[in-house]
Design a protein around this ligand. Structure first.
Ligand SMILES: Nc1ncnc2c1ncn2[C@@H]1O[C@H](COP(=O)(O)OP(=O)(O)OP(=O)(O)O)[C@@H](O)[C@H]1O
Ligand SMILES: [Mg+2]
Length: 423
């Protein structure tokens, strides 16, 4: 696979049509061209992905083993809009999802994994085209699964709590939400403490983990959900916690590939996977945001947070996250440093920021979690804070919480608060 490739050849491929000349030059130097006879297996379902392919001539079939039988899912032709394959395993860093076999003699271009990563980085058009094809293929793939497929039964909703400024309330909210979902709605919840250096959810909940996320980072330590199970700490309310490393220096061992595998392997075990992050937009937190269905942006009612949130939303725009994926939580509303409702509304309007949830300031409840290992639901201090969390859970799950959880479980007082800010 070593024939020479011209810039013209690359330009004629629709996937690459929007590339700058300088990027085409880079590609020419890393792409390999090859001829493959009919009946050749490019790769097999379960193989480790090491390359991406563009089909410039010919046809291949995509097949999977379903109930022990080879099942052809679709074919890809060189004239198709999406005349490429092999991207799924490279993006996911997981084994190949299907087998690809040539059904005619084929001409192909092959790009190795490290160069494929570079390709996605240098051009957002190519990244978008590949992502769109990927989504279509995943949808078709899900549709092809037999009705009794276990995977199809449950798929967790992934929700990441992020704030561009530290101390906004991510951990308290994520922990209380996990508790409320598990205890009152009997949801299966996994809470991942991704504040890798100083995350202390296990400590806050008085759990004494023997194993943490760092135990999943050795070679071959993370192959399926069975590997994850021993690293989880079960909370008495029913949710599972994957604790952050016990020593800050261990945080370096955990990377975004581990995170993606953890979420992917846990996906069909839970209703919700909640991820608590730290406040830096670094590779691992961006990966958490990427794989989330919902991003909860947590802020406080002061100018520093408002400006930071505004900048953060700009970054999310450039990451092409759909607007509906992002929800804003205004925490510590009513605190002594909080701007008034009128002032906040004015600033939010000016910055074009919409608040989805409001959580009131309550130092007693907040310190019960930090100092007494008690969530808002266990605290003897009753307050609007608990009702706000109940309303948040109710909005996320579309379910009503029982009376014992708090008054907002009965009727969603929260929609009133929403209108308050967004009218
Ligand atoms: N609604 C609230 N009312 C009063 N205090 C609060 C509230 N929410 C959080 N706090 C307090 O603010 C501090 C920071 O909260 P928390 O640890 O949940 O934030 P965080 O965003 O996770 O912080 P970090 O960026 O350090 O991880 C804690 O002392 C907590 O008790
Ligand atoms: Mg935190």
């Amino acid at each position: 696979m070593s024939d020479t490739i011209s810039t013209e050849m690359i330009k004629n491929i629709s996937l690459f049509e929007k590339l700058e000349d300088s990027d085409i030059e880079k590609l020419v130097s890393v792409v390999q061209k090859g001829s493959i006879p009919s009946g050749t297996e490019f790769f097999k379902e379960g193989d480790i992905g090491d390359a991406f392919y563009v089909l410039t001539n010919g046809e291949v079939e995509v097949s999977k083993e379903i109930n022990g039988k080879k099942t052809v899912l679709t074919t890809i032709k060189s004239g198709d809009e999406n005349n490429f394959f092999g991207e799924m395993a490279l993006i996911e860093d997981l084994p190949r999802n299907a087998t690809i076999t040539s059904t005619t003699d084929c001409e192909i271009l092959q790009i190795e994994k490290k160069n494929f990563d570079m390709l996605l980085r240098i051009n957002s058009f190519v990244a978008l085209r590949i992502m769109t094809a990927l989504t279509k293929r995943l949808r078709a793939d899900t549709g092809s699964k037999p009705a009794d497929s276990k995977e199809q039964e449950t798929k967790a909703q992934v929700i990441t709590f992020f704030s561009p400024k530290g101390g906004a309330g991510k951990t308290s909210i994520a922990t209380n939400v996990a508790y409320g979902m598990a205890k009152f709605l009997k949801k299966k919840v996994l809470l991942i403490d991704l504040d890798l250096q100083f995350g202390g959810i296990a400590f806050m909940l008085d759990l004494k983990p023997k194993k943490t996320i760092v135990d999943l980072t050795g070679s071959d330590a993370l192959r399926n959900y069975d590997d994850i199970k021993p690293c989880l700490s079960k909370h008495k309310s029913g949710f599972d916690l994957l604790p952050a490393p016990l020593k800050p220096e261990q945080s370096e061992n955990v990377d975004s590939t581990h995170l993606r595998k953890i979420v992917s392997f846990s996906n069909n075990q839970y209703d919700y996977i909640l991820i608590d992050t730290h406040s830096l937009l670094q590779d691992i937190s961006i990966n958490a945001l990427d794989i989330s269905d919902i991003i909860m942006l947590v802020m406080n009612p002061d100018m520093g947070h408002i400006v930071a949130i505004h900048n953060c939303l700009n970054v999310m725009d450039s990451l092409k996250y759909p607007k509906e994926k992002i929800r804003l939580i205004l925490n510590r509303f009513g605190s002594y440093y909080s701007k008034s409702k009128e002032e906040l509304e004015g600033v939010f309007q000016k910055k074009n920021v919409k608040v989805n949830y409001v959580i009131h300031d309550d130092w007693k409840i907040a310190s019960d979690l930090i100092n007494n290992c008690q969530t808002a639901f266990e605290s003897n201090n009753t307050s609007e804070y608990r009702n706000d969390i109940v309303a948040l859970i109710s909005d996320l799950t579309h379910e009503t919480l029982p009376d014992e959880a708090g008054s907002a479980g009965k009727k969603n007082i929260f929609s009133a608060v929403k209108d308050w800010f967004n009218s």
